[in-house]
Write a protein that binds this ligand. Sequence first.
Ligand code: EPU
Length: 438
Amino acid sequence: MDSFVIQGGYRLEGTIRVHGSKNASLPLLAAALLTEEPVVFRDVPDLADIQNMLRLLAELGCERQDEPGQSGAIGNPVTLRSENESQSHARYDIVRTMRASICTLGPMLARRGSARISMPGGCAIGDRPVDLHLRGLAALGAEISLEGGDIIAKAPPGGRLRGDTIFLGGPFGSTVLGTANVMSAATLAECITIIESAACEPEIVDLANLLRKMGAKITGAGSPRITIEGVESLGRADHAVIPDRIEAGTFMCAAAITGGAVTIENCPIDTLLAAIDRLEHAGVHIETTDGTDPLHATCRVSADRVLKPIEITTQPHPGFPTDLQAQFMALLSLAGGNSVITERIFTERFLHVAELGRMGAHLFRAGSTVVVSGVKQLTGAPVMASDLRASACLVLAGLAAEGTTTINRVYHLDRGYERLEERLRPLGARIERVGESV
Ligand code: EPU
């Protein structure tokens, strides 16, 4: 298992480019199951979760078929074609490695009339139920049962789902992948589907944009009410994935925590307004140098003094994203006073708290709130990555800490950040990947 060894205390300076979004790519790739025609995806990041999704789709008869001359490597466009519809079972072996496998359920059910997928278990950040996904698909007429740990979903007699009005709100707001599943399934249903309390995340807007290119009739994506008028079939499309807002937010934190000055290219500032608001309140300078296209902007992030403490509450989009909570905790552990962070999406998402404490952060957790009492200096230590964003938090802490930080199990980080060490090094970070735990 790889580890990172970081010598902290160096200011980051230079330019970095944001890659395509992991969380947008996963449901986008699954949407290729909705048609027998080829779908081309550009700017798909080269990540373990993407490889797992491509492996799952291949098992489901949706193979990668790149144009002659393309090497097949990610970085090049990915072309998927769903040619063999006989295998509709997403097995536990793959689903257990990646919960996002669940987003194959809606497309398979809508196109093939039935689907079987292993029920995803909990994960490091909480229980993560899928009841809202299933409730939404049942409202479209699907018969859902559970057998041997698998969800079995069947379309009504005749094989076609039927549109309805569906409320997708749960105790923690809407559901991103649940909205993706129901919206994708509804594209091929009879009549009109209205999703009320839909997730408003930019990844849902990106999926709706792809589905529309494929011939779907969707309005309202990005708002809490999405309307889908079902069509008979969908066809080919060519789509570039939006840049990763969480990666961009992590780079902003990296510039700020090292007192650096970093220019971030391909930055989806339009999707990051809550995070930018919090950074500016903390005293970080963010200047958009090219905002012609706010989904692909260039901005310069700098910080030159001790940051001010702030309050953060995670919320569904456009609120502050849970996927940046851990990174902001690292940043605020060096602010000049007490910050308060409340997690309202995944209330147990605090695995990074104990590890940050090992580096000298002063953190006090009560339920879903953590009080962060800023310290003057973090100190390097051996720490353990436990989930994707917790790992990013530890990298940030390591970049700022005095001395050496060793982060074990960086495979968690590799699920969501493409070769992070190689991209941070040109900015002046002293970060190395080593092959075994040290
Ligand atoms: N929830 C339910 N029932 C459901 C579904 C969700 O109660 O059927 C609850 C969840 O337990 C949670 C809340 O609703 O409290 C929101 O969960 P959501 O379904 O929106 O999460 P998700 O779609 O499974 C995606 C991202 C996560 C991100 C969340 C929230 C992908 C692949 N994953 O998960 O990303 O944290 O939305 O924005 O898109 C990450 O990238 O590190 C990550 C975990």
